[in-house]
Every structure is written in C-alpha cells, then in structure tokens.
Design a protein around this ligand. Structure first.
Ligand SMILES: Nc1ncnc2c1ncn2[C@@H]1O[C@H](COP(=O)(O)OP(=O)(O)OP(=O)(O)O)[C@@H](O)[C@H]1O
Length: 232
C-alpha cells in the first residue's frame, strides 16, 4: 500500500444524526496528520472507524491492521505492573526497551495507581509503540494533562515518532498542539474535511516563528472562532 490510510466517501450516522457525510482522507506512510474541529463534529468517530472499533455505514476505508490507539485516559490495567501492561504477550526486555524510550526505565515494576497522569500516558505510548504499529491513532492523549506536562509530552511524541516513523492521526481540540506536532493539519466540519494545511515552516517549528501565528490564525478562522480567540 502506498498510503497508510485511504478513506473515500466515508459515511457514519448515529440514529438520525449524520456525523460523517462523504469524508475523504489519505495519510502517507510516516506522515503525521492532526485532525481538529469543534466538539461533537465527529473526530473520535473517524478515529474509532480507523481503529476498527466501529464500522462505517458507507464508503471505503483502508487502514493497516498494525494499528494502535492511545486514548485521553491511559486505560492501563490496574492489576498488572507497568511492564506487564506494556508487554502483553511480549518479553519483559521488550517492555523495558519501550519504557526506557519514554523515560520510565525505573518504573517497570510499579503499579499503575502509583503513576502521575503524565507518567501513565507515557506508559500508554510505550504500550502502543512496542508493537511497532504502522498507524498510531492518538485521541486527545494530552487533553487531561497540565500545561507543563503537556509541553514535555509534545517533545517526547516528536522524538518517538521520528524514531519509529508510524503514520499518525492525532485528534485534538488544541490548534497549537496540531501545528507543533503535525506534518499536515486537517479540519473537520459538517461531516467532511473542510480545510487542510501542510505545516511547512522555514526555520524552527515553534511559537516564536511568525509562520506559526499565521497558520494558527487561519485555522481558527476556518473553525469560525478567530475573533473570539483574539479578544480574550
Ligand atoms: N455511540 C454513539 N451513539 C450515539 N451517538 C454518538 C455515538 N458516538 C458519537 N455519537 C455522536 O456523534 C457526534 C460526534 O461525536 P464524536 O465523539 O465523534 O465527536 P468529537 O468531534 O470527537 O467531539 P469531542 O471533541 O467533544 O470529543 C456527537 O453528536 C456524538 O454525540
């Protein structure tokens, strides 16, 4: 497959509520796509379809079977130690390597209840990446974290994705997060992709770069909230 994800004319309704109505999306191998859109527009619905957790009503959807999801909540099993959560069916050494990569080499034998929110999400990332997925689906994985932890997680995700090169779909409310992490940002509105932007700055990818602010403003305008965002 020359694309990791290929979606055509995808439709999904819940009872009378049409959530996705003819959505097209391609994600190339190793590409990082961020999906933004207002609450309830169908972001998680699309992610669940790509994860195989739900079935579409119509259209075509191709996604690799080697796919892993990280949710907003860590979903660790409380009765398994950290390494056992990461390495279900794999040797302890595989978990140790993955946990070292996320900075938790010292927590292999810890119980999930003893972890901070940020640490638990690191374990969730290790659990996903230890399987070397071709597609990594991230559903607001940092939304419940405090701002400082989120900054650290952004840096970690950039590092992990550069090392493992999965295709990534990140669902987020956070336009800044989308621009900081993704190769391409797509906006979902009225059941379809309403806009897309390649994040292709000359120079560093940071809030200090004027191109960052320019793209941020365009995305907020496309989501219909630019003026509200400017007048806080
Ligand atoms: N299993 C379900 N049964 C009925 N309605 C559902 C179901 N799952 C989602 N919906 C509805 O579909 C719409 C889209 O939901 P979805 O969770 O995909 O939105 P979202 O963009 O991810 O929202 P948020 O950003 O708030 O998480 C919402 O109106 C939601 O209530």
């Amino acid at each position: 497959m020359s694309t990791a994800v290929r979606v055509r004319a995808l439709t999904k309704s819940f009872g009378p509520r049409t959530v996705l109505s003819g959505l097209d999306l391609d994600i190339a191998p190793g590409e990082f796509v961020a999906l933004i859109g207002e609450s309830g527009c169908g972001k998680t619905t699309l992610l669940r379809l790509l994860a195989g957790l739900d079935t579409p009503d119509g259209g075509d959807l191709e996604a690799p079977p080697e796919r892993m999801v990280v949710f907003q909540e860590h979903r660790l099993l409380p009765w398994r130690r950290v390494w056992q959560n990461v390495a279900v069916g794999l040797p302890r050494e595989a978990a140790a390597r993955a946990l070292t990569e996320v900075g938790l080499a010292g927590h292999l034998d810890a119980w999930p209840v003893t972890l901070s929110g940020g640490e638990a999400q690191r374990v969730a990332l290790a659990r996903a990446l230890v399987r070397e997925p071709r597609l990594l689906l991230l559903d607001e994985p940092f939304a419940a974290l405090d701002a400082l932890t989120r900054i650290k997680m952004h840096a970690l995700v950039r590092q992990l994705v550069a090392a493992h090169r999965p295709a990534v779909l990140l669902v987020t409310h956070d336009v800044d997060e989308a621009i900081l992490l993704a190769d391409r940002v797509v906006a979902l509105r009225s059941g379809r992709l309403a806009a897309e932007h390649r994040v292709d700055f000359g120079g560093e990818r940071s809030r200090r770069n004027p191109a960052f602010d320019e793209l941020r403003h365009r995305l907020l305008a496309e989501l219909g909230v630019a003026e509200l965002a400017e007048t806080r």
